[in-house]
Design a protein around this ligand. Structure first.
Ligand code: FES
Length: 162
C-alpha cells in the first residue's frame, strides 16, 4: 500500500471536520461508532493517524478503535481505489475456480489481493459469499456484478476499466 496514498488523504481540513464530528458525538451514548462512520466518510479510510486522534480526543484505547475498524468491513484502514474489484471466495465460487480469477486479475492490474494500486485506481479484494451463489463464480467491479465468470472473460472485463 502506497504511503503517499494515505498521506494524501490526511489533510488539515479533514482533521478539522473530524474534530467537529468527535465533539458532536462525544456527549452521546455509544459515541465511537458514529465517530468512526464520520471518519470513514471524511477520509475514505481510518488509518493509524486518524485512529490516534480519535483515541486521544475521545479517551478510548487505540487497541479498541483498531479492533472495531478491522472488524467491520464498512471501515477500512487504507483508502480504496477508484475501482474496487472484488472476487467472491465463498465455497460455491471457490469450487468453480474463483482463486484462479483472483490470480488472473492480480497479473492484469499488478495489484495483490487486499491492496490498492499506487496510482489509486484499483483495489483488489477477496470477499465471502455475497449471496449470488447461483451465478458462481462471481466478481464485482464497483457496482457492476459479473457472474459465471470464465477465466478467459477476465481480461475482457478488466479491459473496460484499464
Ligand atoms: S459463494 Fe460466491 S456468491 Fe455465494
Amino acid at each position: 500500500m502506497s504511503k503517499e496514498l494515505i498521506e494524501s488523504i490526511l489533510t488539515e481540513e479533514r482533521f478539522e471536520e473530524l474534530y467537529v464530528a468527535i465533539d458532536a458525538n462525544i456527549g452521546r451514548k455509544g459515541p465511537l461508532m458514529p465517530t468512526l462512520h464520520a471518519a470513514q466518510n471524511i477520509f475514505g479510510a481510518i488509518p493509524y493517524e486518524v485512529q490516534k486522534v480519535i483515541s486521544e480526543r475521545m479517551n478510548v484505547p487505540l487497541a479498541e478503535i483498531y479492533g472495531v475498524v478491522t472488524f467491520y468491513s464498512r471501515f477500512s484502514l487504507v483508502p480504496k481505489g477508484e475501482f474496487v474489484v472484488s472476487v467472491c471466495l465463498g465455497t460455491a465460487c471457490y469450487v468453480k475456480g474463483s482463486q484462479n480469477i483472483i490470480d488472473e486479475i492480480e497479473k492484469i492490474i499488478d495489484v495483490k489481493v487486499g491492496n490498492t494500486s499506487p496510482d489509486g485506481k484499483f483495489t483488489l479484494e477477496a470477499t465471502r459469499c455475497i449471496g449470488a451463489c447461483g451465478l458462481a463464480p462471481v466478481m464485482t467491479v464497483g457496482e457492476e456484478v459479473y457472474g459465471r465468470v470464465e477465466l478467459s472473460d477476465v481480461s475482457t472485463i478488466m479491459a473496460k476499466y484499464l
